[in-house]
Design a protein around this ligand. Structure first.
Ligand code: PEP
Ligand code: MG
Length: 551
């Protein structure tokens, strides 16, 4: 038996062949080809395959999100055969006797630059479509599998670490679990795994050897173990856990449709955290009562270029409409730190978690902020959208955000575009400064949501990305819990509600403490909703104490 000890990052047991993630290597080198006809045939094959894939994507988009969403892929498919584009590629191959990859890349760059230089904003935005199509043809030429997994059966995906953008692009239907050599349970890849309800372990180290590729392994997302060739006792233990997992799922089914209320009648809102419109299916399947945190930056992470106002509007509208009148809190762009987007060209920083991230980027780049706010307000006409600003430290930041919202509402009114002028505005409490200023901040907004991931990081001065801080990174620390209490007291004194959207919200051990503090809403990964509901329904709110805030 081989036992590798890592750390649990997303609960659950999984079994599958280990598959080591291959990073898309898209460095293109120019080579001279002897047989130009054969090279052209290879190009034709890659183009045909690209068109096939795009037509399938258009079909899928049409089924899931309607005709409008399908148009993008249909346009991409048409561009693969665009006369000028194809001619430029062929000319390059003939003139330089070069490989197809080089010719496609050169033509793609040329066309993208041409569009980017146009005056019209719509045409400029087409540059990213051209890059996208070009990348697809290149992937097909080089045999890079979109989604990164070339396997017919679902796998246990192993990797050193995965960037959030890489995780987002994976084909989830092909993954039963994640096993990472590095990473931290508090980083965004672990958070994504929990949102997707996929078991994950991290910090497994070098013993997770690539030589194990293809061998069946088990992971336990709670204990952090990876096991190959289990002995009889371990195998029996895994089988028992699999059965327990199944029974638990069945038991949780009985919680659907029930109220989130304690035995003594105290209601608490149980909402979900999502990263993309596709996650709404899991929210509805798990009977989430709203969306407490839509991490909108994942739309930017998935893109090769700034998502346009219309692209964002479609995504927000889809979620708002699917939630059918239930509250959908969309957080404005929170990039920086571990969420890097190349096309933003962010300066390299010594301490990115303390640098120009989240709301600081939006306030520094008003055009980016305005585009997102326009999309959000337009979506507010299609459901109960609320807007939330991340990483707030000062009252002036909130006032500036509100001014940007007012300006956008004025524009939309002038243009005759419908929106909800009473869209709720809230902020994340995730810096010590916002806790100390909570009384003043509460006068500015409709709600607070505590981001305990960052609040723990900044309160305890512990990097949430580091995997070796061990007991020093302690979200149960009385300082963090007291910060929660101060925030809740300030919110309630000013007549607004307060929730938690950090990972701590799903911590069953703290449920009674949250009740005693007076938390009004918990926003958690969809898979955590029903277990929390079961626990809430067993709790007596008035007997809950603040014991954990003391030493
Ligand atoms: C948090 O910091 O707790 C939070 C919810 O935001 P994120 O994890 O995306 O930084
Ligand atoms: Mg945060």
């Amino acid at each position: 038996m081989i036992l590798i000890q890592g750390k649990g990052a997303s609960k659950g047991i999984a079994k599958g062949p280990l598959y080591f993630f291959k990073k898309a290597d898209t460095e293109i080198v120019k080579t001279v080809v002897e047989d130009l006809e054969a090279e052209k045939a290879r190009l034709e094959e890659a183009k045909a395959r690209s068109i096939e894939q795009l037509e399938a994507l258009a079909e899928k988009a049409r089924e899931e999100a309607g005709d409008e969403s399908a148009i993008l892929f249909e346009t991409h498919a048409m561009f693969v055969e665009d006369d000028d584009y194809v001619e430029t590629i062929n000319d390059c191959m003939e003139e330089e006797s070069c490989n197809a990859e080089y010719a496609v890349k050169t033509a793609g760059e040329q066309f993208a630059a041409m569009f980017a230089a146009m005056d019209d904003a719509y045409m400029q935005a087409r540059a990213s479509d051209i890059r996208d199509v070009t990348q697809r043809i290149l992937n097909n030429l080089m045999g890079v599998v979109a989604g990164g997994i070339d396997s017919d059966v679902p796998v246990l995906l192993a990797a050193d670490d995965l960037a959030p953008s890489e995780t987002l692009q994976l084909d989830k239907s092909k993954i039963v679990g994640f096993a990472l050599r590095e990473g931290s349970g508090n980083g965004h890849t672990a958070i994504l795994a929990r949102t997707m309800g996929i078991p994950a372990i991290c910090g497994a180290g070098e013993t997770l050897d690539e030589a194990y590729e293809g061998r069946t392994a088990y992971i336990d997302g709670e204990t952090g173990q990876v096991v190959l060739d289990p002995d009889e006792i371990t195998l029996a233990a895994f089988q028992t856990k699999f059965e327990k997992q199944k029974k638990m799922k069945e038991l949780m089914e009985t919680m659907k449709g029930k109220e989130d209320v304690t035995l003594d009648g105290r209601h608490i809102k149980l909402y979900c955290n999502i990263g993309s419109p596709e996650d709404v299916t899991a929210v509805l399947n798990n009977d989430g009562q709203g969306i407490g945190l839509f991490r909108s930056e994942f739309l930017y992470l998935k893109s090769e270029d700034y998502p346009t106002e219309d692209e964002q509007f479609e995504a927000y509208k889809t979620v708002a409409a699917a939630m059918n009148g239930k509250r959908v809190i969309i957080r404005t762009l929170d990039i920086g730190a571990d969420k890097q987007v190349p096309y933003f060209n962010l300066a390299k920083e010594e301490n990115p978690a303390l640098g120009v991230r989240a709301i600081r980027i939006c306030l520094n780049r008003p055009e980016v902020f305005r585009t997102q706010l326009r999309a959000l307000y337009r979506a507010s006409a299609f459901g109960k959208v609320a807007i939330m600003f991340p990483m707030i430290t000062s009252v002036w930041e909130v006032r500036e955000c509100k001014r940007a919202c007012d300006a956008v509402m004025k524009e939309l009114t002038k243009e005759g575009i419908p929106f909800n002028p009473d869209t709720e505005l809230g902020i994340m409490i995730e810096t010590p400064s916002s806790v100390f200023m909570a009384n003043d901040l509460a006068k500015e907004v409709d709600f607070f949501s505590v981001g305990t991931n960052d609040l723990t990081q900044y309160t305890l001065a512990c990097d949430r990305q580091a995997n070796d801080l061990g007991k020093f990174f302690d979200p149960h620390h009385p300082a963090v819990l007291r910060a929660l209490k101060m925030t809740a007291d300030a919110a309630h004194a000013n007549g607004i509600w307060v929730g938690i959207c950090g990972e701590l919200g799903a911590d069953l051990e703290l449920l009674e403490t949250f009740m005693a503090i007076g938390i009004d809403e918990l926003s958690v990964s969809p898979a955590s909703v029903l277990p929390l509901r079961a626990e809430i329904r067993k709790t007596i709110a008035k007997t809950c104490t603040l014991d954990k805030l003391e030493l």
